[in-house]
Design a protein. Structure first.
Length: 283
């Protein structure tokens, strides 16, 4: 059996009872390590599970599926995913590969940022399409995510922005060599994401295009959702550009044009300026 087990968002103890029981009896256990991170490392997981964990980087997951699935026809193999198993398309692909080999698959779900984002007080059924904001380079600065945000805003829906992470990414120079060299890990902050969004807005203003939101629009910044040191702040986009929410992971929410009264009331507690925020919404 091939088990894909969600670990939740916090630390080792966020695994479900069902997931933990399965992990303890698996022949081999892999930890997918590049689409997200926990607040603890693999060593803490091994201590809690009482068994070794094989860290699976992007290269192993995307090109080494046969190794991960080896012997799954006759043995129990566990594949651990931070958040929920279907939080990334890579995991869907792995499940399909298993089923192509007639390997039985069982999914063990857990909390993910998609549902935990409700901690900020915005109602889940009022969220539209989730988008990703990638790191820009000097030669690659895509802004297609803006149109998706604009589409959500046109329907008065909130937008969850997942921010880029780089783990074990090969340097451009090493791609030309036989021996790969890797960049240091980095995780996009709400400050960096806000800066890129403002640059997109500036470009559109220069081109005379209509804006779906502005630097004065309220946004919600979150860090380490699901952890004891979780942080949430509500402020204008221009202010988020200089806000430090500490260690990763971060995400950003751009609310819809109109807030439900309960949403607004809940958000006030996270505002950088509660009095002004309350006045602007007539609370």
């Amino acid at each position: 059996m091939f088990y894909v087990i969600g670990l939740g968002l916090g630390d080792a103890t966020d695994v479900t009872v069902k997931g933990l029981e399965i992990i303890k009896r698996c022949e081999r256990v892999f930890l997918e390590s590049y689409t997200s991170i926990l607040t603890v490392g693999a060593d803490a997981l091994e201590k809690f599970y009482g068994r070794p964990v094989i860290v699976a980087d992007r290269e192993l997951v995307e090109t080494g599926a046969d190794e991960i699935l080896r012997d799954a026809e006759t043995s129990d193999i566990g594949f651990l995913v931070i958040g929920d198993p279907f939080g990334a398309t890579t995991h869907t692909d792995l499940v399909l590969r298993a089923r192509e080999k007639n390997i039985p698959v069982q999914i063990v779900h857990n909390a993910s940022i998609i549902n935990a984002i409700g901690c900020c007080g915005l109602q889940l059924y009022s969220f539209g399409e989730t988008i990703s904001i990638p790191y820009w380079t000097n030669t690659w600065q895509p802004d297609s995510f803006y149109e998706r945000i604009a589409g959500n805003r046109s329907r008065d829906l909130h937008t969850l922005c997942l921010l880029d992470i780089k783990v074990k990414e090969p340097t451009p120079e090493s791609l030309m060599k036989r021996k790969k060299e890797y960049m240091d890990p980095k995780f996009m902050s709400v400050r960096e994401a806000s800066d890129q969004l403002i640059q997109v807005l500036d470009k559109r203003k220069q081109e005379g295009k209509e804006l779906a939101f502005t630097e004065d629009s309220l946004v919600v910044g979150l860090s380490r959702v699901g952890s004891p040191d979780q942080r949430i702040i509500v402020c204008p986009l221009s202010e988020m550009r200089s806000t430090d929410l500490g260690a990763p992971l971060h995400c950003l929410v751009i609310p819809g044009v109109h807030l439900h009264p309960l949403e607004a009331e809940y958000l006030v507690q996270f505002s950088s300026n509660p009095e002004e925020f309350s006045k602007s919404l007539n609370l």
